[in-house]
Design a protein around this ligand. Structure first.
Ligand code: NAD
Length: 422
């Protein structure tokens, strides 16, 4: 069945499907199992009427796509963004399935989204929207069914409101419903840093394979939110020079190195990097083509394209964002042969790994130190890197396809062994 023309049909969903097909070809998956593994299991579309501060009522559209529930409860973030589509959420849910499987977590994959520009909302409006979204999807989620988390446009405070809403719905405190919560509400130490810490860990590991040292490393990062900011801090403290950063307003570049802490403080105070004096202004298109050792897209999908892929001037492309590279750009990068790519499902897996730790701590009501969290995280990242490097050598394919082969094979195997009901 061609999924490209279903309700999920969109460029980003097609991108995820093409990536899947390359891996499924290597696995020689028979058509029945192939379709069953690829298709999202189910989706919910909800209308969210919210009373604005003006008294006016505005309705927003929200989604939750559960791609795979065969290997455990589904897991995946919730995105608040004006350009969210059902197809995008489905693609992100699919990638969550392969990512959880690749790094050995007992989860399936899911993702949620609301079509809204949350930046334009007051905190009170944002709270009402967050609560209404969880209330509407409450019959479809649960600590043993589907466990959401933060993504673009959502944060710890949003997770707190969502956890509170769900807990009121079931009648008792239930922190295992969502991860990425504040520490006071059962959040895990290290979760806030986890995705960036993982991106930095893989960057350092692949630079070591290339024989490149911290002092010789320059870094450009697109997206200066949770993931971009934490990645910048981790790589700066390792000794690399962060020479370019950006957000939705554009960015700055400074060949002498940007002071990351100052830029973060500026961004928190002004709600964007616009006007930040830590470097020369640069737009997002120019930023991606700056000469650097490591280029880290940490914002949205499909920013590395057929147009700019030939012009990239990095040695390592570390995909902190999900889906930043189009299929065409993947091909160009492979043909160029001078750029090592760390694929999203591997590169940003630190976030969901520590989300898993948070869920475990919630279920056990027993909380770990940050050191324990990071030790376990690093061990799991190292195992995943070794497995992907071995699979790449075995199948003589790109690192992305090798990672997907591992992730997809485990999900398909679980489905085949569970059998088909009825
Ligand atoms: P965030 O909302 O905290 O930050 C997003 C950043 O991207 C902001 O700085 C925003 O201004 C910027 N941005 C938005 N549109 C842009 C554009 N057109 N050009 C340049 N910058 C733009 O989100 P986040 O949680 O940091 O997520 C970033 C990426 O990382 C997403 O792809 C997300 O799916 C992925 N990811 C996040 C996590 C997590 O734990 N939060 C885990 C794994 C993967």
């Amino acid at each position: 069945m061609s999924l490209e023309h279903t309700i999920y049909g969109s460029p980003v969903f097609q991108q995820a499907c093409r990536q899947f097909d390359l891996a499924a070809d290597i696995l020689e998956m028979e058509p029945g199992l192939r379709d069953r593994t690829k298709q999202p299991r189910r989706c919910v579309v909800v209308t969210l009427p919210v009373r604005l501060d003006s008294g006016k009522i505005e309705s927003f559209e929200g989604y939750r796509v559960q791609h795979n529930l065969s290997t455990g409860p589904a897991k995946g973030g919730i995105r608040f963004h004006q350009d969210v589509t059902l197809g995008e959420v489905a693609a992100l849910a699919m990638w969550m399935s392969w990512k959880c499987s690749l790094v050995g977590l007992p989860f399936g994959g899911a993702k949620g989204g609301v079509v809204v520009n949350a930046r334009d909302m007051s905190p009170q409006e944002l709270e009402r929207l967050s609560r209404r979204y969880i209330q509407e999807i409450a019959p479809f989620i649960g600590p043993q069914v589907d466990i959401p988390a933060p993504d673009v446009g959502t944060n710890e405070q949003v997770m707190a409101w969502m956890m509170d809403t769900y807990s009121n719905h079931v009648g008792h405190y239930d922190p295992g419903i969502i991860t990425g919560k504040p520490i006071a509400l059962g959040g895990s130490l290290g979760r806030r840093e986890a995705t960036g810490e993982g991106v930095a860990w893989f960057t350092k590991a692949y630079l070591a394979d290339l024989g490149i040292k911290a002092a010789d490393t320059t870094v450009v990062i697109q997206g200066f939110g949770n993931v971009g900011g934490e990645t910048a801090l981790a790589l700066e403290s390792w000794g690399a020079k962060i020479i370019g950063i950006s957000d939705f307003t554009g960015g700055i570049t400074n060949p002498k190195g940007i002071n990351v802490r100052e830029a973060l403080d500026y961004s928190a105070k002004n709600r964007s990097l616009q006007g930040c004096t830590g470097g020369d202004p640069v737009n997002n298109a120019e930023l991606l083509e700056l000469p650097c050792t490591v280029l880290i897209p940490a914002a949205l999908e499909r920013v590395i394209t057929r147009e700019n892929a030939p012009r990239l001037r990095c040695r390592l492309l570390a995909e902190a964002a999900n889906g930043p590279t189009t299929n065409e750009a993947d091909k160009i990068i492979a043909e160029r042969g001078d750029i090592e790519l760390i694929p999203d499902v591997l590169c940003n897996s630190g976030g969901v790994i520590v989300s898993y730790f948070e869920w475990l701590q919630n279920l056990q009501n027993y909380y770990w130190s940050k050191q324990e969290v990071f030790e376990k995280l690093h061990r799991q990242l190292a195992q995943a890197k070794t497995a992907v490097d071995e699979a790449q050598a075995r199948h003589q394919c790109s690192r992305r396809t090798a990672a997907l082969v591992l992730g997809i094979a485990r999900v398909a195997d679980a489905k085949a062994k569970r059998g088909l009901f009825p």
